[in-house]
Design a protein around this ligand. Sequence first.
Ligand code: ZN
Length: 125
Amino acid sequence: MADEKPLHVRVAEALGLPTEPSQHAWDEAAEGYRACTRCNQSAGWNSPEPEWCASRYDTDWSATGPLIERLRIALTPIPYGGRILWRAHPHDFGDKTYLDVQHYTPLEAVCLAILALADAGRLPK
Ligand SMILES: [Zn+2]
């Protein structure tokens, strides 16, 4: 079964962070609609709020940078067929566990590494 939730929402859930609609940070400057400065979703004034909210860990360095530091995730650019892949892997887990995730952007690679850590039961609380 494919998980339909966006990558940054799955990361927030893996980290145990709230993703409720009440977490939206509406920018009310726009006319005719409101836009959330955390999750980048928008809604009309009379339409219901999107059902989840989470920082854009897949695109926002200010949200993901502290996670990279806390989880000690190394990022390495790897030439791949004329492009660059980014390898993300966590350091210093004290055994030979090796998690190595690659993706086309550094932040998406970090997100996938966090999900892999959670799947492996190795996400520090
Ligand atoms: Zn939001």
